[in-house]
Design a protein around this ligand. Structure first.
Ligand SMILES: Nc1ncnc2c1ncn2[C@@H]1O[C@H](COP(=O)(O)OP(=O)(O)OP(=O)(O)O)[C@@H](O)[C@H]1O
Length: 631
């Protein structure tokens, strides 16, 4: 057990009344919360079951319990409750429903939820709902609930940009329809739980008194990502004594898109005049170079509590910046580097799709066991990869009518529905494109266009998979099709190009179409069978790595337009996300940028410049040096 610092000790001995502990990353927030539990139970005689510790996720509740058991349980065999705020709200709701005999069902099954929202979406837009749009909708719905946004709030937020306004209002209308649906069918989901719990407590003084007596002391971990609605529920239970102990790092608030409300922390001293304030400013986790760099980067944000950041460890490894030509070169570099490091390793990225090309590179060359948080399995059956496979299949097997049907309208061959039907209705052993060319009603120019298309498909059949994908994009007109239709399916050109880059990275080392198809199948299997236990390397979004630490961290895709994203309103949150990523590393951090991504040259992110501006010096290696070194 580590000795507490004077600051940790003071905070851990906070007894009654409201308190806010502002802490930097790696400063022992969990350590503090656990010590305070023992202080309250052992020295203040508070029954352990009456001290509620609320955590951000189910995983962190489990983690905290495990840490308590391994560090303290022998000496202090108490059973403290650790749970998420949703779990707590669910307890309130369950108790109420049991008491009234009302039947309501928790909408837990994500497929069922998708089906309901997809149906409502189809009714409104006459289009199928894609996974990407679904995810955007869920985040927006979560934000409306958690920030308690009304339609006019949403309107006001989007008032000056006509297009955005329409989309935002459409989303809000869908949100209302979804809410109505749940009410009609007596369903509730995680967001409703909070709303209903608050309502129950407002309408039932007995229930309120019961829960206040049950938990006279409340601690909240990661309070920077607690939402307005969650704070409302917490405050209700904590009143009137307000034995509310918040531990937070406003600089690590990264869930604004779902309704996190860090403003509450900034307002806390005004809200509770008697509130105590504690500061944890020693970082025990990271090399001093990493701490200093992270401190300098986050200081560029304007809306924040200012805090000092002291490194408890010496400066050994400056953060390394790597500039690559493209993601293929980067993946090879990371795969090579991984086995030079012992200890835990992580590759962190802004967007989940980034895992796709990495996993292909790692599964070929790396002997480490690795684990992907939230693996992008469905990306390997995405309609875009299915299209590409259909192009390649038709090139290999010209008689494959399924493949023909799939891509007929996605080429630059100007094929009409009537032409496709004529081909499908024929009984013939000839290839689909031959049958097209021979249709009797074609004009000469149409025949010429189709002959051109056929010869390009013949060319396609001779290309290696990497070149084939490029050829499909350009010479067969697929990119134009995506440009014209992508948005309709909820995809920006960036999202489209990122996927195409990933498919090309997977294809790069392969020499045949068959090998490419097999590789995609093998990858699916790899993703399904990944095992978290004892993995040496973790691949995760930065959001998913919150609260975790690793000896060595690679942060990838630090590119303009990707990280930070282009929305200037999100810059501070994106910088916080970068800060979270940097501060996961204990011993070494590698920052990776690739020049050619998403179909073109992409300058390095302002975050790279920001790291360079810090006094903590960094090694810089660029693509040319890496190539020289590996020769
Ligand atoms: N007083 C101390 N002396 C030495 N090490 C400490 C001390 N307090 C905490 N630590 C260690 O520092 C590391 C970081 O602590 P912890 O995981 O609690 O940080 P955290 O503040 O929750 O981090 P983050 O917010 O970045 O996720 C742990 O390995 C912990 O054991």
């Amino acid at each position: 057990m580590s000795m507490l610092t004077a600051h940790q000790l003071a905070a851990s001995r906070h007894f009654e009344g409201p308190a806010l502990t502002l802490a930097i990353p790696g400063s022992g927030k969990t350590t503090l919360l656990l010590h305070r539990l023992i202080y309250l139970a052992d020295e203040c005689d508070i029954p352990p079951e009456q001290i509620l510790t609320l955590t951000f996720s189910k995983a962190s509740a489990g983690d905290m319990r495990r840490r308590y058991d391994s560090l303290f349980a022998d000496k202090y065999p108490y059973r403290f409750p650790f749970m998420t705020i949703h779990r707590f709200a669910y307890d309130i709701l369950k108790q109420y429903l049991n008491g009234t005999g009302q039947k309501m069902q928790l909408l837990e099954d994500s497929r069922k939820k998708f089906a309901i929202i997809a149906e409502l979406y189809r009714n409104r837009h006459q289009e199928p709902l894609t996974e990407d749009v679904y995810e955007t909708l869920l985040n927006a719905f979560g934000r409306y609930y958690n920030l308690k946004l009304s339609e006019s709030d949403v309107q006001a937020e989007n008032g000056d940009q006509k297009n955005v306004k329409k989309t935002a209002l459409d989303t809000y209308a869908l949100f209302k329809a979804y809410h109505r649906y749940k009410k009609q069918h007596q369903l509730f989901d995680f967001d409703d739980m909070l709303l209903y719990a608050i309502k129950i407590l407002d309408q039932n003084p007995k229930a309120l008194a019961f829960f206040r007596n049950r938990f006279p002391f409340i601690q909240v971990d990661e309070a920077q990502d607690t939402s307005k609605l969650q704070f409302e529920l917490i405050e209700k239970i904590a009143a009137p004594r307000h034995n509310l102990f918040l531990v937070a790092d406003d600089d690590q608030s990264i869930y604004g898109f779902r309704g996190a409300y860090p403003q509450y922390l900034l307002d806390f001293p005004k809200r509770f005049k008697s509130a105590s304030a504690y500061y944890l400013e020693d970082n025990f986790r990271s090399d001093a170079y990493i701490v200093d760099t992270a401190a300098g980067v986050i200081a560029e944000n304007k809306v924040r509590y200012e805090k000092a950041m002291h490194a408890a460890r010496p400066a050994v490894n400056p953060p390394a910046i790597h500039l690559f030509d493209d993601i293929i070169e980067r993946n090879t570099f990371i795969a090579d580097q991984l086995h030079t490091y012992s200890g835990s390793k992580a590759i962190l990225y802004r967007n989940r799709i980034s895992a796709l090309s990495l996993i292909a590179a790692l599964s070929d060359t790396v002997t480490d066991s690795f684990y992907i948080k939230d693996p992008p399995i469905q990306e390997l059956s995405h309609w875009m990869i299915e299209d590409i496979k259909a192009f390649m299949t038709l090139a290999m097997i010209p008689q494959d009518l399924e493949a023909f049907k799939r891509i007929a309208f996605r080429t630059n061959g100007y094929i009409s529905r009537e032409m496709v039907n004529s081909v499908l209705n024929q009984i013939s052993m000839r290839g689909a494109l031959d049958r097209l060319i021979e249709l009797p009603y074609l004009e000469d120019y149409q025949t010429r266009t189709l002959e051109g298309l056929k010869s390009r498909f013949e060319m396609l059949s001779r290309l290696r998979p990497y070149d084939a994908i490029h050829f499909i994009e350009t010479d067969l007109g697929y990119l134009d099709y995506l440009r014209q239709n992508g948005e309709r399916f909820g995809y920006t050109m960036q999202a489209i190009r990122t996927r195409l880059d990933a498919y090309k990275a997977i294809a790069k080392p392969l020499t045949s179409t068959v090998a490419f198809f097999s590789k995609l199948e093998a990858l699916k299997e790899t993703l399904v069978n990944l095992n978290q236990a004892d993995a040496e390397t973790t691949l995760s979004t930065i959001h998913g790595a919150k609260g975790l630490e690793f000896d060595t961290v690679f942060i990838i895709d630090i590119n303009a337009h990707i990280f930070p994203s282009d929305d200037p309103g999100l810059l501070e949150e994106e910088r916080r996300l970068f800060y979270v990523a940097l501060t996961r590393a204990k011993d070494a951090v590698h920052l990776c940028h690739a020049d050619f991504v998403n179909g073109g040259y992409n300058e390095a992110s302002i975050f790279i410049d920001s790291v360079r501006r810090q006094d903590a010096s960094e090694t810089v290696s660029d693509s040319a040096e890496i190539k020289t070194a590996s020769r």
